[in-house]
Design a protein around this ligand. Structure first.
Ligand SMILES: *[C@@H]1O[C@H](CO)[C@@H](O)[C@H](O)[C@H]1NC(C)=O
Ligand SMILES: *[C@@H]1O[C@H](CO)[C@@H](O)[C@H](O)[C@H]1NC(C)=O
Length: 394
């Protein structure tokens, strides 16, 4: 991870790894449902219905696709809690209209009204942007774009600097418009985005279709980035791999997958958690940060609040085999390793190894001094590591 960040700076233009990623990715599959996989900003499900139809997914994605049936309550909400306004932005999604495409695909609203609306009306795809005062700051309409009963990849971006709107369909640029929209108008960063339906405009048709991999960018993707957006729909690019269990129920003769342990994402979530690329005490003690660390690493919290550690070795650590390692990360100091082992369920031992000069570089690792490894088992320390300590939990 850290090494890759470095390479990116060095070879920004050449490496496909360096394409700017989406900020948020909601795969919307049967393995994730409402969960967001880049930063944990989960979507909200309708209060009265957490049962969804899943249909065949986009052929390249390893999950079935959420299907919005056009019924009441057939939508998903994504809350944006940005502390600052949105400048450059883009949305990307795979959509499979069931029958002739018609209705509202996306509607983003802030407190004062509509901010973004993307809808198909009489086979025209309308894209509209308004600022927080309801003043139109950009609009376009593309005829005959979405193909019925087929997967369509749709990317729509708005550039802050110029007000330019771009529409990509299946990777190709199909609309690029810079009328006399007001330039440099930021959009509200706080609001709710609804997939599949309008929020307030009664009488708008709900969109019937399958959806996969909804993404939000805080950049305007280049053509190469539009092509690469597909990569972020696959689990190997996700920072969080959700663990979802769906219960199959037959409702009105239709088989649905129901989320049984749905917890409404916290309305308190105004702040973004710390990235915690380098673990420090703030990552361990703040609930917001700690939840994010747990999810990112697929750890569960232990219920221990005290522990005794016993030193097994000095200058030597175990040679880790894959199924004995519970975690491996950089930390600001050795204490963090101890605390992490205490707080992570299943941790039986840990090692703390001072970093060698040059072992990690890059700004995000500036304060890292120690490499921590957490182990599920107490292993023999057979690998020489000068300065390292190795402790087990008693
Ligand atoms: C999701 O669907 C895939 C098929 O695309 C299937 O193999 C997998 O078991 C399903 N997972 C869950 C959690 O339902
Ligand atoms: C490094 O530590 C200093 C002082 O504790 C802090 O101000 C700074 O933000 C830290 N840098 C990073 C990248 O965490």
């Amino acid at each position: 991870m850290l090494a890759r960040a470095l390479l990116c700076v060095a070879f920004l233009a050449q490496l496909t790894d360096c394409l700017r990623p989406p900020k948020y990715v909601w795969p919307l599959g049967n393995t994730t449902v409402h969960r967001e996989v880049m930063s944990g900003r989960d979507a909200h499900l309708p209060a009265n219905d957490q049962c969804f139809v899943f249909s065949d997914g986009y052929p390249d994605f390893p999950y079935r696709a959420l299907t919005l049936t056009g019924e009441d309550g057939s939508f998903v909400d994504f809350y944006m809690r940005g502390k600052s306004d949105l400048n450059d932005l883009a949305v990307s999604m795979w959509v499979f209209p069931i029958g002739e495409p018609e209705g509202t695909i996306i509607n983003y609203m802030c407190e004062t009204g509509n901010v973004i609306k993307i809808a198909v009306l009489e086979s025209l795809l309308f894209v509209s942007f308004w600022d927080e005062y309801g003043v139109s700051v950009g609009a376009t309409a593309v005829p005959e774009l979405l193909v019925a009963d087929a997967w369509n990849h749709l990317v729509i971006s708005r550039e802050y600097e110029s007000g330019r709107i771009k529409v990509f369909h299946n990777g190709g640029l199909v609309d690029d418009i810079d009328d006399d929209f007001p330039n440099k108008i930021p959009l509200p960063g706080k609001g709710s985005m609804r997939l599949g339906s309008s929020q307030k405009d009664k009488g708008d048709t709900r969109f019937k279709g399958r959806f996969a991999c909804f993404q939000f960018y805080m950049t305007t993707p280049t053509e190469a980035e539009v092509k690469a957006s597909k990569d972020f729909c696959k689990p190997d690019k996700w920072k969080i791999i959700p663990e979802i269990t769906l219960e199959t129920r037959t409702i009105d003769g239709v088989e649905k997958g129901c989320v049984t342990d749905y917890v409404e994402p916290s309305e308190m979530g105004n702040a973004e958690p710390k990235e915690c690329e380098v673990m420090d005490m703030a990552c361990l003690v703040s609930g917001l940060n700690w939840n994010w660390v747990l999810r990112k690493n697929n750890w569960k919290a232990s219920s221990r609040d005290t522990a005794y550690f016993h030193r097994i070795a000095k200058d030597q650590i175990p040679t880790a085999s894959d199924n004995s390692i519970l975690g491996d990360f950089f930390a600001t100091d050795k204490k963090v390793c101890t605390r992490a082992c205490l707080r992570v369920k299943g941790c039986r031992a840990f090692s703390a190894t001072p970093l060698q000069p040059g072992e990690v570089e890059g700004e995000s690792a500036a304060n890292a001094t120690t490499r921590c490894a957490l182990y599920k088992k107490i292993l023999e320390a057979t690998q020489d590591k000068p300065g390292a300590v190795y402790f087990s939990l008693r």
